[in-house]
Design a protein around this ligand. Structure first.
Ligand SMILES: O=P(O)(O)OC[C@H]1O[C@@H](O)[C@H](O)[C@@H](O)[C@@H]1O
Length: 291
């Protein structure tokens, strides 16, 4: 049986989805942020900082923050957009067939959909009429995420979007990212300079903040215990971020930077959306234990 429990994480209302095979995901309504993903028979794959605010006073540090409509400080609005700071609604009804992407989830998966519209409190400062739908599905070894952006107004708007996934790892030194060899990237730690990644496997050393435009739609992240295969559609770019030891983030404990790497499917250069048009970006994560 699939179940959905309404729970609280800190003081934030959240939904826990449980698939028939025991796989589960927890999604905070604050930000529609996935905070935990446990594949069937496995353990949590996501990092959540011990020092994260969990009361809606600021963005949650960990899980999968949903970035919209601005990436980082690349625009006049809220850093990384208002979606991660907004209170979303759980949408009811049949959500299984609505998505543009064919689902790779097995029968008996847990699925829920969340919505945010213009006019919702924090969306108000953005002067465009929009409708966001975020679908989360979990089952077996996989987590499937799909973000739909609709222009509900009568003029074109531009937006960026990303799924800022914090992959939990045993230790950052043992992490390798596969699939970005030969790709160019903008090195955010070096004034945004364009460089090429010559090595086939990316090792994470010190501070890393890279935007890879036009990435392959399949990447993999490996640490000592498992491999996470990532597929993205709609999202054209990938961001790889780890703050390193010197970042001094107030919502992260000492040494916690060693426990995650962010690999983010993204559209950094703003996309244009015509009135009535819809854009969909999807992300599929598959967890494979290493033998
Ligand atoms: O601290 P924030 O706002 O969650 O941002 C975290 C990081 O997010 C990454 O996506 C950016 O590339 C980094 O530059 C940024 O530091």
């Amino acid at each position: 049986m699939t179940t959905t429990d309404h729970i609280h994480i800190g003081s934030l209302p959240a939904v826990r989805l449980r698939a028939r095979d025991g796989a589960q995901a927890t999604v905070s309504l604050f930000g529609a942020q996935v905070l935990s993903w446990i594949p069937a028979g496995g353990k949590d794959q996501l990092f959540l900082s011990k020092r994260s605010a969990l009361d809606g006073s600021k963005a949650i540090r960990g899980g999968i923050p949903l970035i919209f409509p601005q990436f980082s400080d690349r625009g006049p609005g809220t850093r990384h957009g208002f979606a991660r700071l907004s209170h979303w609604r759980r949408l009811h009804g049949d959500v299984s067939g609505r998505d543009a992407m064919p689902s790779a989830l097995p029968p008996g998966s847990g699925i829920a959909e969340f919505g945010l519209e213009h006019g919702d409190p924090l969306g108000a400062p953005w002067p465009h009429r929009f409708s966001l739908r975020f679908r989360v599905g979990v089952g077996a070894d996989r987590l499937e995420l799909s973000l739909q952006v609709r222009n509900a107004g009568d003029s074109v708007f531009r937006f960026s979007a990303a799924l800022h996934t914090y992959h939990g790892v045993t230790d950052i030194d043992g992490v390798r990212v596969d699939g970005l060899g030969g790709c160019t990237f903008l090195d955010q730690t070096d004034g945004g300079r364009e460089k090429t990644q010559h090595e086939a496997l990316l090792a994470l050393r010190g501070t890393q903040d890279r935007i890879y435009p036009a990435t392959p739609d399949r990447l993999a992240m490996r640490d000592d215990a498992r491999e996470i295969i990532m597929h993205q559609t709609g999202f054209t770019d990938t961001v790889v971020w780890n703050p390193g030891p010197a970042a001094g983030l107030s919502d992260m404990a000492d040494e916690e930077h060693r426990r995650f790497v962010c690999i983010e499917p993204a559209c950094i250069t703003p996309l244009e959306l015509a009135p009535g048009a819809t854009w969909t970006g999807s992300h599929l994560l598959v967890c494979q234990p290493l033998r």
